[in-house]
Each structure stands twice: as structure tokens, then as C-alpha cells.
Write a protein that binds this ligand. Structure first.
Ligand code: ASP
Length: 584
């Protein structure tokens, strides 16, 4: 037991009546009733009420008059029952209070920029994060993240995974983002890249015979910050040898289940549904649909082929969704705007409000068409007619918008699912060059390897994504374990022999020296934790996050560096910077 306290504030109970105790914590509130002073003393475990009576403890009363919110105190006294009318049945310490006879101020507190737990601007919360961390919200969130990480570690350990630390400072790892660079004093003009993921190292642990690797890995990606993105983030990263896709998905599902059990939340049923990429794009217009609600996209291309409505007849693809609401004219105008933002030229609709069908296009539609689009009263059929990818984008966008707007996901169970069978390559819109969808180390589905170079666009990859309630939690794949196949993929991406050697020579060498078949996965931990904690963004589950500008409001980083420091690193800044804040 520490000398500062016998126990924590929130656990003192009626069982302790009559005991002398030493407690320590923060002043949550202080009420001065002329003579008696009441202080709620708080720590992570809860609050306990202190009473200081000047007639019994004159010195303590004198001290009590000096204290302010968030002072740190040590109080000694006897646990007594509260008067019946003062009992608070809602908290564990509600039946008792502590009659204080000794009170010591361990630490003072300046006037607060905001009260603990007060809803204030997030920048202010982050500037004074040490205060914000004292709030119930942040205490809860950081403890949830601890519980979940601990549960995941136990689960991985049980499955014989070995926690291996891999370097942060490395060569670029192609995960589709920009690298953060680290200059090297010993080799001026040269840079390490901070690992965008441990991808190649984890593959090398498989070549190294580890069999099962995992890590709660920190990754760095230079991308714009968003609700679900920070420059640095953590992922549950793992890799396994001699496995197929289902083995990998099973491990990931177990880690999710262990996390849910860890926080005592109803476990989602496993195995999670597996949907193909082709299917989710066609049915939901996105590769990460929220499947807590239906609103699936239906096809109408065939039935509208000879339509009298020219827009339908002339479009390569016509599809629709049926929204569970008879929209007003104004609402439809708003939806049309949204559809246009997603690339539509207009928005055709049929409103069924229980009477006539309301629609400017109904008069052009045949009996057969109207029959095909018949919907329940109180619904609206919304159409998109264009090239397939535009139709998917528009209806996918409308579906997600309506899901939010009509609160379709409210009170529905969690929806986890896998997306599988992604294409291996896509065309880069700017260069027209084939590029990877995930990273270039993903294997083609069995049978497609031979077509890698002759028909890259038609090759499917053994890649899989995990989606929870419309959030992409992570990705993984079965990897290429043969150097010749890896080189074929590099060639499709336009990489010549020399560039392959310069960038990935070590990998090609390793793949030629007994590389076992292997595959793995990485789940974005912060996203998972935010969803587990019911938070709208990952900053709420990270102790010291950065903000959208790319800075850290607490320390003021990033800061400019003096020329002398840069020179030593072989760097000259071409940006005029305010050096006065350097090194702060
Ligand atoms: N390295 C990948 C990522 O960070 C995950 C994987 O393929 O295992 O997204």
C-alpha cells in the first residue's frame, strides 16, 4: 500500500464504517456551508465525500477553506454513515462520508481553463489534455482501450502467436500513402522512411520460420487527418504460415470476439458473412457498406431497355433503391443535389404515399416497368441511370446518406462482414498505369497467376477487408511467396528489373530462399476502439492525438529547427520559417 493513501476514493463503502483511512485525490467540488466544508474527493475509481468540521479539526478546516477545484489532497479521518436524508443510492460511496481530521494539500491548481468534463471546443481540450484525461469520458475510453488490447494479446498468445517488434525506421513500405522521412546524421542526404506498416518485415518473419507473428504495431502514413485517420496509428498486425484465407479470417474473428467478451458486450455471431467485392459494389455501391440496414440496390437495366423514358432507354445501366419514406418535393430536391454531387445528371423517382404515384416520369413508364417498380405505400423509388461505376457511386452515396438521415441503423445489431475477391490491380487514373489495390504483395486467386501479365484487369486477388457498421476495420491477404510471381506483379506495375532490385531486392532474395506460403491481416486498432467506445472519431480513444492541421496543440509540435541542426543532417530548408519557436 502506498504511503499516500490506503485505498482509492470510489471504493470506500458502508463496510468501512468506523475505520480510519487515508485517501488521496483531486477536489471535484467543494461546498462551504459556513462552518462545515464538504469536499468531493475524486480519483479514477470514483468520488468520496469528505466532511471537515472546524470544531473538531480546526487546522484541517483552515486548509479546506484554501482549496479549489482540482487541488490534489490527502485526507485522513474516520468513515462514518451519512444522515439518512443525505444518502446517495447511485454511487458506491453514497452511504458514507469521511470525517476528516487531517488535511494536506499535495498540489495546487491554477484557475482552470474549463471544468473537468465540461463540453468545450476540442482544441481547448487537447491543449490541456491532462485535464481532459481526468474526465469520465476519457477515463472510460482509455480504460476500454486497455481492456481490449489486453484481451487481444491474451487471445493471440493462446493461439501461439509470437509478439515480434519490427523497425519503425525503414525503407518505404508501399501502402498507398506518402512516407514520413527521417534524416540520418551519420549518412547526410539519406533518409529512413517511417514504416507505413510492418508488411515486409512480417513476411520476412515467416521466411524466418516464426510461423505466427503478431504485433500491436504503430504505423505512420502522411495523409490528411480525418475522423478515422491520424498520422500515426496502431494496428493489430499478424501473419501466419501454411494457411489459407479462412484460417486468417478465423483468427481475426476470434480477436474481435475476445474484445467484445473483454468489455462484456454481446458477441456478434461468427463466422461473419463473406461478400464478394463485385457483389458489394453492385448491391451497395461501396466496398464498405453499412449492413445494419438493407436498402440494397436493385437492377432495372433489362426492364427499362425499351423504355419510353429516354434517359432509361439510353443509359448503359439503370438501377434503383427503395427508400422507406414518401419524400416531399423539397426533400427530393435535396436528394437530387446529393445525387449530382456523386456524379448523377438528375434524380428520377416514384413516390408512393398511399394514393397516386407521384412522379414526373410515371407517364412515360409502361405497365411492365411500373409493375417492376411497385413499392409499399410510404416509400420512394430512387433511380440512377448512367455508366455502371457512376450508378454505383450515386446510389451508394444516396444509400449511405439515407441510412444516416433516416437513422436506419438505430437499434439494430452490429453488422460485421468480410469483403473478398477484390481485383488485384486497378488503373491509376492519372498515369493510366496498372497499380495495386491493396499492396503489391497480394497473391492472385488460385488459377489467375498465369493471367497476371496477359490480363491484369481480370485477375482477382486473395485480398480481404473487414467491415464493421460501414467502417473499414482493416485488410489482409494471402501473399505471393514466389520470387518469379512477385516479379511478374512488379512488371505489371511498370517496374523494370533495376527498379525492382533497388526497391525490393531483399524481398526477392528472401522469396528465393525457402519462403513458406503465408498470409495475414492488419486491423486498425484505433477505429475499432472508437466504435467499441461509441465515439465518433479516433481522437477520443487516443491519449494525445493530433488535429486536422497536422499539429499537436499540446506541445505545439511540429516546430521549425535551427539551421545548425538541419546542416548536421545534410538538409537546407527552402521554407521561410519562424525559428523563434524552434525547439520548444
Ligand atoms: N499491411 C497491410 C496494411 O497495413 C495489412 C496486411 O496486408 O496485412 O493495411
Amino acid at each position: 500500500m502506498s504511503s499516500w493513501r490506503d485505498t482509492t476514493c470510489g471504493v470506500v463503502s458502508a463496510d468501512d464504517v468506523g475505520r480510519r483511512m487515508t485517501l488521496a485525490g483531486w477536489v471535484d467540488t467543494r461546498r462551504d456551508h459556513g462552518g462545515l466544508v464538504f469536499i468531493d474527493l475524486r480519483d479514477y475509481s470514483g468520488k468520496v465525500q469528505l466532511v471537515i468540521n472546524p470544531e473538531r479539526a480546526a487546522e484541517a478546516a483552515q486548509t479546506a477553506h484554501e482549496v479549489r477545484n482540482e487541488f490534489v489532497l490527502q485526507a485522513e479521518g474516520e468513515v462514518v454513515r451519512r444522515a439518512p436524508e443525505a444518502v446517495n443510492p447511485n454511487i458506491r460511496t453514497g452511504e458514507i462520508e469521511v470525517q476528516v481530521d487531517k488535511l494536506r494539500i499535495l498540489s495546487h491548481c491554477d484557475p482552470l481553463p474549463f471544468q473537468i468534463g465540461e463540453e468545450v471546443d476540442e482544441l481547448l481540450r487537447l491543449r490541456y489534455r491532462w485535464l481532459d484525461l481526468r474526465s469520465d469520458r476519457m477515463q472510460r475510453n482509455l480504460r476500454i482501450q486497455h481492456t481490449i488490447v489486453a484481451a487481444i494479446r491474451r487471445q493471440m498468445d493462446e493461439l501461439d502467436f509470437v509478439d515480434v517488434w519490427t523497425p519503425s525506421m525503414t525503407k518505404g513500405t508501399p501502402e498507398g500513402a506518402r512516407d514520413f522521412l527521417v534524416p540520418v546524421r551519420l549518412q547526410p542526404g539519406r533518409f529512413f522512411a517511417l514504416a507505413q506498416s510492418p508488411q515486409l518485415f512480417k513476411q520476412l518473419t515467416m521466411v524466418g520460420g516464426l510461423d505466427r507473428y503478431y504485433q500491436i504495431a504503430t504505423c505512420w502514413r502522411d495523409e490528411d487527418l480525418r475522423a478515422d485517420r491520424q498520422f500515426e496509428f496502431r494496428q493489430l498486425d499478424f501473419e501466419m504460415s501454411f494457411v489459407d484465407r479462412e484460417d486468417v479470417l478465423d483468427v481475426m474473428e476470434r480477436a474481435v470476439v475476445a474484445s467484445f467478451e473483454g468489455v462484456g458486450r454481446g458477441v456478434p455471431p461468427t463466422p461473419f458473412p463473406r461478400l464478394t467485392y463485385e457483389e458489394v459494389i453492385r448491391r451497395y455501391g461501396t466496398d464498405k457498406p453499412d449492413l445494419r440496414y438493407g436498402l440494397a440496390i436493385e437492377d432495372a437495366t433489362e426492364v427499362t431497355r425499351d423504355s419510353q423514358f429516354g434517359v432509361f432507354a439510353g443509359a448503359p445501366v439503370v438501377r434503383y433503391i427503395v427508400a422507406p419514406r414518401a419524400f416531399s418535393r423539397a426533400e427530393l430536391a435535396r436528394l437530387e443535389e446529393i445525387a449530382k454531387e456523386w456524379g448523377a445528371k438528375g434524380l428520377a423517382y416514384l413516390v408512393n404515399d398511399g394514393g397516386e404515384i407521384r412522379s414526373p416520369i410515371a407517364k412515360f413508364l409502361s405497365e411492365r416497368e411500373l409493375e417492376a417498380f411497385r413499392s409499399e405505400p410510404g416509400t420512394t423509388v430512387l433511380f440512377a441511370a448512367a455508366e455502371e461505376h457512376v450508378v454505383s457511386r450515386v446510389l451508394g452515396g444516396l444509400r449511405a446518406h439515407l441510412g444516416r438521415e433516416l437513422a436506419l441503423a438505430e437499434n439494430t445489431p452490429d453488422a460485421f462482414h468480410w469483403v473478398i475477391d477484390f481485383p488485384l490491380f486497378e488503373r491509376d487514373e492519372d498515369s493510366g498505369q496498372w497499380t495495386f489495390l491493396h499492396h503489391p504483395f497480394t497473391a492472385a486467386v488460385s488459377g489467375d497467376e498465369d493471367r497476371l501479365e496477359s490480363d491484369p484487369g481480370g485477375v482477382l486477388g486473395q485480398h480481404y477487408d473487414l467491415v464493421w457498421n460501414g467502417w473499414e476495420l482493416g485488410s489482409g491477404s494471402i501473399r505471393i511467396h514466389r520470387a518469379d510471381v512477385q516479379q511478374a506483379v512488379f512488371r505489371v506495375m511498370g517496374m523494370g528489373e533495376e527498379e525492382q532490385r533497388a526497391k525490393f531486392g531483399f524481398l526477392l532474395d528472401a522469396l528465393r530462399m525457402g519462403a513458406p506460403p503465408h498470409g495475414g491481416f492488419a486491423m486498425g486498432l484505433d477505429r475499432f476502439l472508437a466504435l467499441m467506445a461509441g465515439e465518433p472519431d479516433i481522437r477520443q480513444v487516443i491519449a494525445f492525438p493530433k488535429v486536422a492541421s497536422g499539429g499537436d496543440p499540446l506541445t505545439g509540435a511540429p516546430t521549425p529547427m535551427p539551421d545548425s541542426v538541419l546542416k548536421e543532417l545534410g538538409i537546407r530548408s527552402i521554407v521561410e520559417s519562424d525559428i523563434s519557436s524552434a525547439g520548444n
